[in-house]
Write a protein that binds this ligand. Sequence first.
Ligand code: 7GP
Ligand code: PLP
Length: 843
Amino acid sequence: MGADHLAHKELLWKLSSTYLPNDVGSLQRSLVRHVEYTLARRRYKLDDNTFYQATAHSVRDRLIERWTDTQQYSAKVGAKKVYYLSLEFLIGRSLGNAVSNLGLRGAYAEALRQIGYNLEDIMSEEKEPALGNGGLGRLASCFLDTLATQNYPAWGYGIRYKYGMFEQRILNGQQVEFPDYWLTDGNPWEVERLDVQYPVRLFGHVREFKDQEGNTRYAWQGGEVVMAQAYDTPIPGYGTYNTNNMRLWSSKPSHEFDLASFNAGNYYGAVEAKERCESITSVLYPNDATDEGKRLRLKQQYFFVSATLQDIFRRFKKSVGRTATTKIQDMPKKVAIQLNDTHPAIAIPELMRLLLDVEYLSWEEAWEISRNVFAYTNHTILPEAMEKWSVPMITELLPRHMQIIYEINHRFLLEVQKLWPNDDTRLSAMSIIEESTPKMVRMSNLAVIGSHTVNGVAMIHTKLLKSTLFPDFLLMWPEKFINVTNGVTPRRWLLQANPALSSIYTGMVGPGWVNDLKRLEPIKTMAQDALFRQRWRAAKQTNKNAVVDWLYKTMGIQVNPNALFDMQVKRIHEYKRQLLNVLGIVHRYAEITQATPEQRNQMVPRVCIMAGKAAPGYVMAKNLIMLVCAVSEVVNADAACRDLLKVIFIPNFNVSLAELLIPASDVSQHISTAGLEASGTGNMKFVMNGGLIVGTMDGANIEIAQAIGEHNMFTFGAKASEVAAIRRTMSHHPPKIDPRLQRATQMIRSGVFGKPKDGEYHQLLDAIDPHKDVYLTAQDFPSYLRAMDEADAQFQLEEKWTAKCIESACSMWMFSSDRTIREYAAKIWNVEPLPFRPPKHQN
Ligand code: 7GP
Ligand code: PLP
């Protein structure tokens, strides 16, 4: 028996420790094998899509080898792991990223070429998973790329929404939302884990009882139980064997649930209930920076958190069993959980529940562990984004959590009272419970109280977070609040999105820059070299030409490839001030139509590109899209503008479109009202790709200006420190309206761009009335025009312009997510990289 067992084990080890070969011939055999056996399409339908699927499966095989090795290794070593909990991952397409990170792009391209397929065409067959809204979700995906690349043992946890971010179409000049069912062709990147499932309870009641030692204990019972099932996606690092995991949960009915309902003889009711279970993970809420406060959303959050914590806990406990010296109190030495905004903050009472009700720890012990495990990242100070859940709703859905939240609050408020006796104002500001009708649970206060560290995402944001959102908490715990400025991954946003520029970089400094952007710094001096500037411009032109072709092919629009390409592409939001951009465009249009031939000769031709989705219920944002589309129609049809101005709203902005557009921009706009954009990450991508910014002193723009030099940014507008005073004065001393703004608004109001029947344009313009110009759009208009004029003037000085772009792009190292993650690791997580040495024949 024993000898047999050993022999079997040995044979099994031999069989399973062979690795897939990566030469061109082997890749071709693997492609064909997947066409034949995975897809069962030997003799027909050998189209690009089939070959996309086959290529993806072939790459996945190779990812899985690395992924299982990495996971096994980190389990063996028992290293501390980081868990990034996020309700959103805006992943983008995977094929290009995977072959590039594996170092197999060339081999796959060649393998496909020899059998008549083109890797680029195959890549464009991939449907983009858009499991996020915008900046916050995309940041999470950049972080996963860096965590893998830098060999940190880290997992991302999220939800596998069946319907991702809606598809935006423009019909009759208006946004219409269509469902994004991204799984129609299946998803070759994920591994369905039927073996990883956890029950998640909702509703029910709490039973109180005494344990053997006579302590009062609580058990959450009854209600409904749904199952969470795992889907794993390997996340490869670039230039390393390490491959991390992104585990996404999908809801399904529990067996027990099925049986109970069916046995009750209620067939239709049972089927309906089953559907209800599955609906928990069916759709991503399409709001960014606003709080919907829907019950299904809270269910999503808890479902996600409960499954994730059970999973983390099980893994941790397995490691406790492995080494006799580790105990449950050591959890913070093995587990760091990062809460991506407050969306997963219900994890705090959930971990407390597990430690109290399942592990039977004392409150003090449980709290000590919990507080040392969690850290919280805040992504916005906009009041409308602050999550609040009504006490009655939490009580109904999660009765035990409501008790725990009250207990956390009670103990916390005692501390506050000790520090500030008789200060009721402070007490009610710091309380987790808002004393409204109904009472509300402030998730941000819960997150601050339950975390050891709270971070903002850019310097100015962290400063405002301390001074406006959490000033009392800052007095109590000054060390708790830190800044970690955002960053983006150079793998996707340079190497993959911009091959033209990447090959210049590699030619200059070798390929090492991809994992170390500092290596680009010496290229700055090349800004003085005329030949180099020419090469740089040629790369930019290649990228602009790609956009020109795309616009013609997909939208039938012809644009002048030599024009200044001006882009504002991001979610549509009043604080991001797309309206300021449109008003600027209308002003430009007016100038063009009134210009003399000599004046026309002096003008810089511009292509103004805007894109972005509006939350389906956000009226002002939808009105804005309507206005842009109408302006575009009129301007593009006006012969006076022919070569001087084009206005284009590109529908359905997503990661793939961003990868196409960003490398082609000359100027991009990041023009939020100062103090309101926490950081921005688009701004970083544009500058890295050799574009310049027109921007306000807001978010990461400020740090970008410091890094690249203020002379390389076209800044304008009120400073954050001035905004409050300006708002205060405007109601009794409204500023005089700039005549150019007067003319632009007059054109819009009078119907030059049509007169929509519900007065949508009036609604937009009424909101910038100088009495109540909340976002300071009218206020900043004159300085905005000055900045735009300056950009025009500089753009004409071609050599000088190129030098600015080179200097800026090569000064961006600190905006690589590699730097960001190193800071998180050192200041928050206390984790070390754990590089895994690959088996010999790999590399
Ligand atoms: C965004 C912020 O608006 C943006 O400034 C920042 O760059 C990004 O997060 C990443 O930190 N916030 C969101 O996308 C969002 O949904 C609400 O915030 C919680
Ligand atoms: N949405 C998508 C698809 C993106 O690629 C990005 C950033 O590149 C964003 C949103 C965030 O843009 P911003 O930081 O300008 O708000």
